[in-house]
Ligand binder design. Structure first.
Ligand code: NAG
Ligand code: NAG
Ligand code: NAG
Ligand code: NAG
Ligand code: NAG
Ligand code: NAG
Length: 675
């Protein structure tokens, strides 16, 4: 017998024993009783924008479709109705799908018009003023420390930097941030956490709560330090696999899965999400679960494509997909609110005998009850780390016995989903069913495999919808950008910066607005991509093979970079961006040299030579790739016409710099013969 069969057998025995004592006609009776409280407040279900650049393409959508997408995510009683939005506090450094801009690129710089998280938070608040906001850094700009892997060399400075972001949110956007974290999945520092609290308090930010430490459970063992215990409001861990530790429970703190899910948003992903939304509490007493990521709005050739609650990665066509995890979320979020309370284990919370789980929550006035049941059978190794043991789930008849004040409930409204696997089968997603009468405090329910039920006293559920969006189309084959249409400091749409940080600034010498790479030194990085001192900004269709790219380029006269490049057939970004292959045409104007390389870090140079036509100020560089020929031109003079390797055969177009330091780009022109 396999372990799961033994488990099942043991459970049946337990149940039979239970039933004998209960002398009930049906087995599998689950008591739901509000006489006691679990001692755990529900803190909300959230999505994470960032870690990093996961919402990059969302902002580019035509407004009509963008508003629809935002409604699917945030509008209460419509779809996902998210209760919390967590965002990255940008650190000018690669944090999974790209770089998010810092509000202080340098010690002398401060600006709150960068990136898209401000915009996203504002849109979320517009739809749901009660949505909770949570900010967390993945990386920090290099000036904060002289050590690349330690943002705590001067804890005051780092605490002030983070506090400024929170103050900026209020001052420029009237956003009140509810929670702030330490450093994503990286070491925390006890003295930093204490200093952060003091700095927040002395800046009238006492109501901002600290979540620590967005990593593993080991923070719990440090809370014997009473001063630390007093300043940590929540313990947030990542991918807890639905379980917790004795030490964490002993702290008495609210426990959160402050990053979880991370899987493709098909039905397997949806099953995973439904399962952890319940079982993070059932197994691990966690009262908030946050999805990485909120929405897959990044080029799908970057790592972890489609790992959001829904996908919107084609702004040029307006196409987006409302994926099934959206409706799994609705089963909880539309019928609860942060501040509701979980009932205790054994009195509304637990495992179902034949697989699956149930949780019950009551409103603060105890008048309303919501029960969510799930029987997900599909596991996903990426989603639950470490993977939950696979267990058998079979159809079952259950009885819920309402007790305490809840016995007065006459009927419960029912919302139902069934995830179908296999080609011909149709899923049912978030469908209202006839209400169930409660007889003698009992509800009987037949529960199939791979279903979610919400049983609730609330009458408010709603499956929001919009007409189908336009069909998906590839990135346009002709692209021209002069950056004139952008507000200063914004990030241009469609450019997906991978290392370095690029923003629109007012250029000089009749160039109007230009795109500037602004990072001057290696950031306090989150992953290896930033340690190679190259900036890389991707755009276009990763299937492009024959392609032409042209850009005006200028090295900053002060704090400038050594060299700039345009590139074609670039095969990757993300934390592996340093391994990107492609055809990279570097120009070093001061040295009057060029290099054509087969990779970003130039381990494989293909051709190098003089670039005598390079001038001070603006130069124009062009790269045309067709079949196995690459032609490079500088200020309309051909520099090279060479045969190039067959790999990579296709990829993004890119611009970037050879080292950190200032460089400007303008009049970027791309033409491809298609994919
Ligand atoms: C730490 O940072 C603070 C604030 O930026 C600064 O006033 C102080 O001089 C720094 N301390 C050291 C030892 O550099
Ligand atoms: C700022 O937001 C609060 C709600 O958080 C609102 O009451 C207030 O009117 C807003 N102030 C402005 C100036 O918009
Ligand atoms: C559930 O109950 C119904 C009606 O009593 C019965 O027909 C069915 O076989 C039961 N199913 C299971 C899986 O026990
Ligand atoms: C990148 O620059 C930093 C300092 O600016 C230096 O320590 C590091 O060695 C450089 N890395 C590479 C790969 O050149
Ligand atoms: C260049 O860097 C120095 C510090 O190294 C700084 O004082 C100066 O403001 C910077 N200038 C520009 C234009 O970035
Ligand atoms: C590039 O070289 C090939 C042969 O090596 C030649 O046929 C072609 O005309 C050249 N193109 C340009 C633009 O110089």
């Amino acid at each position: 017998m396999t372990a799961s069969v033994i488990m099942l057998f043991t459970n049946i025995l337990k149940c039979i024993t239970f039933c004998v004592f209960l002398s009930a006609t049906t087995c599998h009776v689950y008591r739901v009783d509000n006489t006691q409280d679990s001692g755990r407040r529900f803190d909300g279900i959230g999505g994470l924008s960032g870690g990093g650049a996961t919402s990059k393409l969302l902002v580019n959508y035509p407004e009509k479709y963008r508003d629809q997408i935002l409604d699917y995510l945030f509008k209460p009683n419509f779809a996902a109705s998210l209760q919390m939005l967590k965002v990255e506090i940008g650190g000018d450094s690669q944090s999974t799908e790209g770089t998010e801009a810092s509000h202080m690129h340098n010690e002398w710089d401060e600006n709150y018009q960068r990136g898209y998280e401000w915009w996203l938070m504002t849109e979320a608040k517009k739809r749901n003023p009660d949505i909770l906001l949570y900010g967390l850094p993945w990386a920090f700009p290099g000036w904060l420390s002289n050590s690349f892997d330690n943002p705590y060399t001067n804890v005051t400075r780092t605490a002030e930097y983070v506090t400024r972001w929170l103050l900026g949110a209020k001052k420029f956007y009237n956003l009140t941030i509810d929670y702030v974290g330490i450093w994503n999945e990286r070491p925390y520092d006890v003295s930093y956490i204490k200093t952060l609290r003091k700095t927040l308090d002395s800046n009238q930010l006492s109501r901002v709560k600290i979540v620590a430490a967005d990593g593993g459970w080991e923070i719990a063992s440090h809370l014997q330090d009473k001063e630390l215990e007093a300043v940590i409001d929540y313990i947030g861990v990542h991918y807890p696999g639905t379980t917790t530790t004795k030490a964490a429970l002993a702290t008495g703190k609210q426990l959160w899965s402050s990053e979880d899910y991370s899987t493709f948003n098909d039905n397997t992903g949806a099953g995973c999400w439904a399962r952890i939304l319940n079982q993070n509490f059932v197994n691990g007493y966690m009262t908030s679960t946050i999805s990485w990521n909120l929405i897959a709005s990044y080029y799908n050739a970057l790592p972890y494509p489609g790992c959001g609650l829904m996908t919107a990665d084609s702004p040029w066509s307006g196409h987006y997909d409302v994926s099934s995890p959206i409706w799994m979320t609705a089963h909880t979020t539309q019928f609860t609110a942060p501040g509701w309370r979980y009932l205790p284990h054994g009195a509304g919370v637990g495992k179902l005998t034949y697989g699956g789980s149930y949780v019950s929550l009551v409103s603060p006035n105890q008048k309303d009850l919501t029960i969510i049941l799930e029987t997900m059978s599909h596991d996903h190794s990426l989603c639950i780390r470490p993977a939950l043991p696979a267990y058998t789930v079979v159809p079952q008849n259950i009885t819920l016995q309402l007790s305490g004040d809840l016995a007065k409930i006459q009927q419960l409204n029912v919302w139902y989903s069934k995830l179908a696997f296999g080609k011909s089968k149709q899923s049912v997603l978030f469908q209202k069913m006839p209400a169930l009468k409660v007889l003698d405090g009992k509800i009987k329910l037949y529960i199939d495999v791979d279903v979610v039920y919400t049983l609730t006293t609330l009458t408010q559920g709603n499956k929001g919808s919009y007409p189908d969006p336009p069909v998906r189309k590839p990135f346009p084959d002709t692209y021209m950008e002069d950056f004139e249409g952008y507000p200063l400091h914004s990030e241009p749409v469609d450019f997906a910066q991978q290392t370095g940080s690029f923003e629109v600034v007012a250029g000089c010498h009749s160039h109007g607005n230009v795109l500037r790479q602004v990072v001057l030194q290696t950031p306090l990085f989150w992953c290896k991509a930033d340690t190679f001192n190259k900036s890389l900004n991707l755009i276009g269709n990763p299937k492009w093979s024959d392609v032409y790219v042209s850009s005006d380029v200028a090295i900053g006269p002060i704090n400038g970079t050594n060299g700039v490049f345009v590139a074609a057939r670039v095969d990757q970004g993300g934390c592996q961006a340093w391994q990107a292959k492609g055809l990279f045409f570097f120009l070093f104007p001061k040295e009057k040299k060029y290099i054509l390389a087969n990779d970003l870090v130039r381990v494989v140079p293909l051709k190098e030579g003089e670039a005598t036509g390079a001038v001070n100020g603006w130069n124009n560089i062009e790269l045309a790739v067709e079949g196995n020929i690459a032609i490079g031109r500088l200020n309309k003079q051909t520099l090279f016409n060479v045969t190039v390797p067959a790999t990579p055969a296709h990829g993004f177009v890119a611009i970037g710099t050879d080292s950190y330091g200032i460089a400007d780009f303008d009049n970027v022109h791309i033409k491809s013969s298609g994919s």
